[in-house]
Design a protein around this ligand. Structure first.
Ligand code: GTP
Length: 588
C-alpha cells in the first residue's frame, strides 16, 4: 500500500486533462510512443471528435518505485455523479488550469467536489507554451482560491511534456497512500461498462482485502450475487492479473447480465460478508426528457434495438415506448442533462444510421394532488385535472457563471429575465467575476448556454447543479385547430407565460398549416378558456368566374351560398395536419 498512489485530474473542459494523461502514459512507459495517439483515454469516436471526455477512464502506471493509478474524469456536469464517485476512489487530485484562460466554472465545481472528498489538491498551470499564457495572473487566481503558496503551483505544457515529470514526482511525494477501511474485501464501484462478449465489467477501488478469479461476491445495494470471472487493471486497455489487492484500482468481470444491477456507487463484498456499503449509494435520476421518433415509421424496430443496445452501457438512460398522434411510434427518453441527450441522439444517428425527430426537451415536474398523492410528470398528457391539483413543483438549478467583468451587466439582466434568483457575486481577480444564481432547469434547457456565450462574446463559462424542487404555477395549454384540441401540440407552461407562448404557437401554426376551402380557427386555451387565437384564411375558389358583367345581386347570392357552405365544412372540418406543421412546433 505504501507504494500505491491513486489520483485523478480535474479541470474545466479543454484545459488539457486528456493531453496531460497522454504525456504521463508516455513518460512512464505505460504506452509505447509508437502506439500513442492523441487523447488516448478518450476512447469513444465521439469523444475524440468533440474533444470531450464522456466516460471516465482509469490507467495504472509505474513511476520509479510507485504504482500510480490515474482516473481521467469526465469534465462535464451532466456526469458529475460519476465525477464524485471517481473522486471517492482516489486520495489526490491534480487541479489543471489553462494558463491562457484561468479558472472557469467547472474548475470550481470539480474543485469543490474534490475538497468535499478531502483530496490532496495539486495545482498545475497547463499550456505554458501558449503565447497567450499568463502564468502570473492565473497563479494569483489559484492562490486566492486555494490559499496555497506560489511555489506549490506546478507549471506544465502537456503538449510538449515540459514539467510533467515534476507533476509525477509531486504526486508520489504529496498524495497520501491509500487508506484501508476493512480487513476483508470491500470495494467501491466507481464505474461499469458493458462488453458484448464478456458482459458487465465493474471498475473498482479496493478499500480492504483482495479479490481474485473464482471468488464469490455480492453487490450490497443491488443485493446481487455473482462470481468473479476475471480481474485485472487498466493500461489503459484491460490487462488480466492474478488478483487485485487492497488500495488498488482495477476491474472485475462478472456474470451479471444487466448493467442496471452494477451501478456506480455500490460496494462489492465477499458473498458471506456482513460489511456495509462504503458510501451512501445514490441512484442517478433523469432530469431532462425528450421524445425520440424515427423519421421513417418503418424504422421503429431498428430504433428500439439501437436504444436497447445503448442502454446496456448507459445505466442512467430511461426510456419507454410512446405512440404520438403527430409523430407515430417512438420513445420517451430520460437523461441526466442536455449533453447526455445530445450525445445519445448523436450516437443513435452515427452508430446506427438512424434519421430521427427529437422533440423539445422538458423537465420532470412534481404534482401534488388534493388527496396527498404525489406524481412526477414529464409530458402534458400526464397532467391531472386541474381541480385535483393542490400545487406543482419544478426542478431548480444552482448555476455559476464566470465572466469578464464588462459583460456582467448584460449577463445579469438576461439571467434574471430567465427567472434567475441572484445568490452571490464574487470577484476572482480585478477583472473576472463569479455570478451565482438559482434558476429553473426549464429555463436553461434550450438555448440558455448559447445565449450566455453570445452575450459575452464567447467568454462566459457555465456550471450547473441540481438544487431543489420549488413551487411553480404550471398549467396545461391546449392547442385547438378548427376547434378540435390536438393532443400532440399541447404544452406545459407557466400560467403567467401562457398567453405569450400561446400566441407564438398559433402564429407559427398559421405560417405552416396549408390553407383549406374554409377558414381555420387556431386557438390556444388553458382550462377551456381561449387565451390566444389566429385565423387561417380560406383558399377562395372563384365561384363568380362564370358570371359576365353586371348582375350584382346574383354575384352576392353566389358568394353568400359559398360562405354558408364553408361554414358547414369548417364545423365538420377534420383538418389533416401535416408532419411539418407538428415539427415546427415540437422539434428542438
Ligand atoms: P475534456 O476532455 O473535454 O474535459 O478536455 P480536456 O481537459 O481533456 O482537454 P484536452 O486534453 O482534450 O485538450 C484540449 C485542447 O488543448 C486540445 O486541442 C489539446 O491539444 C490542447 N492542449 C492541451 N494541453 C496543451 C498544452 O500544454 N499546450 C497547448 N498549446 N495546447 C494544449
Amino acid at each position: 500500500m505504501e507504494n500505491i498512489r491513486n489520483f485523478c485530474i480535474i479541470a474545466h473542459i479543454d484545459h488539457g486533462k486528456s493531453t496531460l494523461a497522454d504525456r504521463m502514459l508516455e513518460i512512464t512507459g505505460t504506452v509505447d510512443k509508437r502506439h500513442m495517439k492523441d487523447q488516448l483515454l478518450d476512447q469513444m469516436d465521439l469523444e475524440r471528435e468533440r474533444g470531450i471526455t464522456i466516460k471516465l477512464q482509469p490507467a495504472r502506471m509505474q513511476w520509479k518505485d510507485f504504482s500510480l493509478n490515474l482516473i481521467d474524469t469526465p469534465g462535464h456536469v451532466d456526469f458529475s455523479y460519476e465525477v464524485s464517485r471517481s473522486l471517492a476512489a482516489v486520495e489526490g487530485a491534480v487541479l489543471l488550469v489553462d494558463a491562457s484562460q484561468g479558472i472557469e466554472a467547472q474548475t470550481l465545481a470539480n474543485l469543490y467536489l474534490a475538497i468535499d472528498q478531502n483530496l490532496k489538491i495539486i495545482p498545475v498551470i497547463n499550456k505554458i507554451d501558449l503565447p497567450a499564457a499568463n502564468v502570473e495572473k492565473v497563479s494569483k487566481e489559484i492562490i486566492k482560491l486555494l490559499s496555497c503558496k506560489k511555489e506549490d503551483i506546478l507549471l506544465t505544457s502537456a503538449k510538449t511534456g515540459e514539467g510533467v515529470e515534476k507533476v509525477l514526482d509531486n504526486i508520489v511525494a504529496n498524495v497520501p497512500q491509500p487508506k484501508s477501511k476493512a480487513k476483508e474485501l470491500q470495494a467501491l464501484i466507481f464505474d461499469s461498462s458493458y462488453d458484448e462478449y464478456k458482459g458487465v465489467i465493474i471498475y473498482v477501488r479496493l478499500f480492504g482485502g483482495e479479490i481474485k478469479k473464482g471468488d464469490k461476491i455480492k453487490l450490497v445495494a443491488a443485493k446481487q450475487e455473482t462470481e468473479v470471472l476475471d480481474v485485472g487493471y487498466f493500461k489503459p486497455e484491460r490487462v488480466s492479473d492474478s488478483n487485485l489487492s487492497n488500495g488498488q484500482i482495477g476491474y472485475i468481470v462478472t456474470n451479471i447480465k444487466d448493467l442496471v444491477k452494477a451501478q456506480v456507487g455500490d460496494t462489492v463484498i465477499a458473498q458471506k460478508s456482513k460489511l456495509k456499503a462504503l458510501v451512501g449509494y445514490q441512484e442517478t435520476k433523469a432530469m431532462v426528457y425528450a421524445g425520440i421518433f424515427p423519421q421513417e415509421g418503418s424504422e421503429y424496430n431498428k430504433l428500439r434495438e439501437a436504444i436497447q443496445k445503448l442502454k446496456l452501457s448507459d445505466a442512467s438512460l430511461e426510456f419507454e415506448p410512446v405512440n404520438s398522434q403527430a409523430l407515430g411510434f417512438g420513445f420517451r427518453c430520460g437523461f441526466l442533462g442536455l449533453l447526455h441527450l445530445d450525445i445519445f441522439q448523436e450516437r443513435l444517428k452515427r452508430e446506427f444510421n438512424l434519421d430521427l425527430i427529437v422533440t423539445t426537451p422538458t423537465v420532470a415536474y412534481k404534482i401534488f394532488l388534493n388527496n396527498k398523492e404525489e406524481r412526477i410528470i414529464t409530458s402534458p398528457a400526464e397532467m391531472p385535472n386541474p381541480s385535483h391539483i393542490e400545487h406543482s413543483e419544478e426542478p431548480y438549478m444552482q448555476i455559476e457563471v464566470i465572466t469578464p467583468e464588462n459583460y456582467m451587466g448584460n449577463l445579469m439582466s438576461y439571467i434574471i429575465e430567465q427567472g434567475g434568483i441572484h445568490k452571490n457575486t464574487e470577484y476572482l481577480d480585478e477583472s473576472r467575476v463569479v455570478l451565482s444564481y438559482n434558476i429553473p432547469l426549464a429555463s436553461i434547457l434550450v438555448d440558455f448556454y448559447d445565449n450566455l456565450k453570445s452575450i459575452s462574446s464567447g467568454y462566459a463559462s457555465l456550471n450547473y447543479d441540481f438544487k431543489d424542487y420549488r413551487t411553480c404555477q404550471l398549467v396545461k395549454m391546449d392547442i385547438l385547430v378548427a376547434e378540435q384540441p390536438v393532443e400532440a401540440l399541447s404544452v406545459l407552461v407557466y400560467k403567467d407565460k401562457a398567453h405569450q407562448i400561446g400566441k407564438r404557437i398559433v402564429a407559427k401554426l398559421k405560417d405552416v398549416l396549408p390553407k383549406a376551402q374554409f377558414v381555420i380557427k387556431l386557438q390556444a386555451a388553458v382550462g377551456g378558456k381561449i387565451i390566444a387565437a389566429e385565423r387561417l384564411s380560406a383558399l377562395r375558389k372563384d365561384v363568380t368566374a362564370k358570371l359576365y358583367g353586371g348582375d350584382v345581386t346574383r354575384k352576392r347570392k353566389l358568394l353568400e351560398k359559398q360562405k354558408k357552405g364553408k361554414k358547414k365544412m369548417s364545423k365538420a372540418g377534420k383538418i389533416d395536419i401535416p408532419q411539418e406543421a407538428y415539427l415546427a412546433v415540437l422539434k428542438r
